[in-house]
Design a protein. Structure first.
Length: 278
């Protein structure tokens, strides 16, 4: 892997409409991240990813392990995930603080957990199992939230910290999710960041959101440029956690690749400023 491509520490989510252009241009990026489930079969997309892997670090971002489910993990899915890890040899592997499956049916969403001791224990059991089977440390991503369970007795950052303590996993700190949750549930995002252990942060995500027309909430849709308050959170996070790998996510209303690269370039400027200040 060339140092020119991996030096900046900032990358983008690889989406199929951009894959051919990225293969041809080889823009200077620190990493590419893909949703693991899109690459678990022998397809042209996997061939493209393996070709790009020669020049870029890759992060595998799982969306269907359903670590927060009350039922057992899908062993076939874990087997496919492990096979993909062995093929791609990713720099990072991540999943979500959420659940998305029940009775063998996968739901097209990442659903929230009640933050209780019971759900914490179950989630940790599943993280331990997944890490053992995959042979890799997982990074667990904080969710975007639109409600708070009455039964929740543990603050979300404390819940995440305890997961890392019990399982040895890391944290994928999604700053857009954090900002959306903070606005919707009315809490201080900086106070949340201050409760996270610096050595647990393995990756940062940045993305866009929009305000719902008929309700006073923000929607995490990964479909727009990163908002200024999220950029401000990113600058604060870099000073707190150091220059950790950063990913620009854009999943809906996909723009031209040039727009994604502009967002990555801005993140790279903040990232480099922090790195040079060390």
């Amino acid at each position: 892997m060339t140092s020119r491509l991996s030096a900046c520490g900032v990358g983008i989510g690889l989406r199929w409409p951009h894959a051919v252009e990225i293969s041809a241009l080889r823009p200077s990026l620190g990493l590419l991240e893909v949703h693991a489930e899109n690459y678990m079969a022998e397809t042209a997309a996997l061939d493209e990813l393996l070709g790009l892997r020669c020049d870029y670090a890759v992060s595998l971002h799982g969306v269907a392990l359903s670590l927060g489910s009350a039922e057992k993990l899908d062993q076939d899915h874990l087997t496919r995930f492990k096979a993909l890890i062995e093929r791609v040899e990713p720099m990072l592997v991540s999943e979500h603080l959420a659940w998305s499956a029940i009775d063998g049916v996968y739901l097209n969403d990442l659903l929230p957990l009640p933050y209780t001791e019971e759900s914490l224990e179950l989630f940790c059991v599943h993280v331990d199992e997944a890490q053992d089977r995959l042979g890799r440390r997982l990074l667990i991503e904080n969710p975007s939230s639109y409600l708070r369970y009455c039964a929740s007795s543990i603050p979300e950052p404390d819940f995440l910290v305890e997961i890392t303590r019990r399982t040895g996993c890391g944290i994928l700190c999604d700053l857009n999710n954090l900002y959306v949750s903070a606005e919707n549930l009315r809490f201080d995002p900086l106070a949340y960041l201050e409760r996270l252990p610096t050595d647990a942060i393995g990756e940062i995500h940045l993305a866009g959101h929009h305000a719902a027309e008929d309700a006073q909430i923000l929607i995490d849709d990964h479909g727009d440029r990163i908002a200024e308050p999220v950029w401000e959170l990113y600058a604060e996070a870099l000073w707190r956690f150091g220059p950790v790998p950063t990913l620009i996510e854009w999943d809906t209303n996909l723009p031209a690749l040039e727009v994604l690269l502009q967002e990555a370039a801005h993140a790279g400027e903040l990232f480099d400023a922090r790195r040079l200040a060390r």
